[in-house]
Design a protein around this ligand. Structure first.
Ligand code: GAR
Length: 193
């Protein structure tokens, strides 16, 4: 990744829509010495996202954008990211699709975490689909974001075994635990390929 990795950590924004458990683990990782990034901005499309509380807790600037008018929201968002000198974006449970124009502006600098072993199960309801297909394994993927949904270059994946009486929620929980580890590992890999 062509980012300045000098002495200062790369200023990063995390985009969320819900609980923000991945955000929390990213913040914790960012505070370690080995982390190449700092989390300086939290963006949400949802004013009720529980994850916004981590902004208060860790004293990180937060901003909510109603994505009803996507063009307007994104142009305001871009201005805000620029003002905060944001160089990199981590999507963490962000349930809106960014436009090609936006993605182009941060080309190669947007990462996403997805709860499946991509290219399997792009989009929503990944756990339900894995169970319905009687898959033996599922997992999670960290990948670069490109103009096609959940299709950018894969950075890292972690496989998780699906057990006999697995339910959608038990599988989601198991995978989420792995997501928290995988995102940090993937960031380290991006900066130290
Ligand atoms: C995570 O499982 C993440 O992989 C998924 O939403 C959850 C968010 O949890 N993301 C997507 O499905 C994106 N398409 P969190 O808010 O606790 O981090």
């Amino acid at each position: 990744m062509v980012l300045s990795t000098g002495r200062n950590k790369v200023r990063t924004a995390v985009f969320i829509s819900g609980n923000g458990s991945n955000l929390k683990s990213l913040i914790k990782f960012s505070k370690t010495k080995k982390s190449p990034i700092s989390i300086d901005f939290i963006i949400s499309n949802n004013s009720k996202a529980r994850g916004l509380n981590y902004g208060k807790l860790f004293k990180i600037k937060t901003k909510i954008f109603g994505f009803k008018n996507i063009k307007l929201a994104e142009s305001e968002l871009l201005l805000n990211l620029k003002k905060e000198n944001i160089e990199m974006i981590c999507l963490a449970g962000f349930m809106k699709i960014l436009s090609n124009n936006f993605i182009r502006k941060f080309k190669g600098k947007i990462l996403n975490i997805h709860p499946s072993l991509l290219p399997k199960y792009k989009g929503l309801n990944t756990h339900r689909r894995a169970l319905k297909n009687k898959d033996k394994y599922s997992g999670c993927t960290v990948h670069f974001v490109n103009s096609k949904l959940d299709s950018g270059k894969i950075i890292l994946q972690k496989k998780v075994k699906i057990t006999k009486n697995e339910t959608e929620s038990s599988l989601a929980k198991k995978i989420l635990i792995q997501e928290h580890k995988l995102y940090a590992k993937a960031i380290l890999k991006v900066f130290n390929p």
